[in-house]
Design a protein around this ligand. Structure first.
Ligand SMILES: [Zn+2]
Ligand SMILES: [Zn+2]
Length: 247
């Protein structure tokens, strides 16, 4: 394993009391991307070219919209739209041609197979909208954090203890760690890791579910005067436990 990896951010999130340390890292990274893209670099040519080619997914567009820098987002989105309109020009011609051909087809020709050209045009548009700079960066960053996590698990007994005492992960990150683990660990180390993360995941899913159940029971008038306990934020914690960073 590479010795020159940054373990500090991973330790930092393990020192906070969170339901998924990897979600906490993802959130921190996404906030940095938003700051970075809407900040001084909004007019940097390299950055603009990348935005123009890839754009953003719905969630990340919303994140930038919510950040409140309307002008920054407008400048970036304007050139992205111009470029997309350019790219769509050929597609629009092909779609118009396919539409015109389809309209000319007689009954017998229409009985044959469906118009593949129209479907191909749609697929090209899906390719255009299917990319996101932030998602691509985040995927790379999260692969790296999972690798760092496994490195630390292998080399630091303090970290192994912190993991064993943590609240596990969201389901997606639990699966991501499990999937990556055999690529970097084997034998006793791998076996112990899988046993530990599985135990804490199941314990903590059950804990959060109990909090959520109590949240629902609190709406029964007979429980009105009983304490909320840990249930007041149980809905958001449950949703985020099931689908990391959802709300
Ligand atoms: Zn997560
Ligand atoms: Zn995205």
């Amino acid at each position: 394993m590479n010795q020159h990896i940054d373990t500090i951010p991973v330790w930092d999130v393990y020192r906070t009391d969170c339901e998924c340390p990897l979600c906490a890292l993802a959130k921190k990274n996404e906030e940095e991307y938003v700051d970075n893209f809407l900040g001084a670099s909004v007019m940097e040519p390299d950055r603009r070219v990348e935005v123009n080619e890839k754009g953003f997914c719905r969630r990340h567009f919303k994140m930038m919209f919510d950040a409140g820098n309307r002008l920054g987002l407008a400048l970036m989105t304007d050139t992205y739209m111009k470029r997309t309109i350019e790219k769509l020009a050929d597609n629009a011609k092909k779609a118009a041609k396919a539409g015109a051909e389809e309209a000319q087809k007689g009954f017998i020709a229409r009985m044959g197979k469906k118009n593949a050209d129209i479907g191909a045009c749609a697929d090209e548009i899906f390719d255009l909208t299917g990319r996101c700079i932030f998602c691509e960066r985040l995927n790379t960053a999260m692969d790296r954090y999972v690798y760092t996590f496994l490195y630390m698990y292998k080399h630091e007994s303090d970290f192994r203890r912190a993991v064993a005492e943590s609240k596990g992960f969201c389901l997606d990150h639990y699966a991501q760690v499990m999937k990556a683990a055999p690529q970097h660990l084997s034998g006793k180390e791998l076996g112990e890791l899988i046993e530990t993360i599985t135990r804490i995941e199941m314990e903590n899913l059950a804990r959060v579910e109990k909090d959520l159940e109590w949240f629902t029971l609190k709406f029964d008038y007979r429980n009105r005067d009983k304490p909320w306990g840990a249930s007041q934020d149980a809905v958001e914690r449950s949703v985020n436990k099931m689908r990391g960073g959802a709300v």
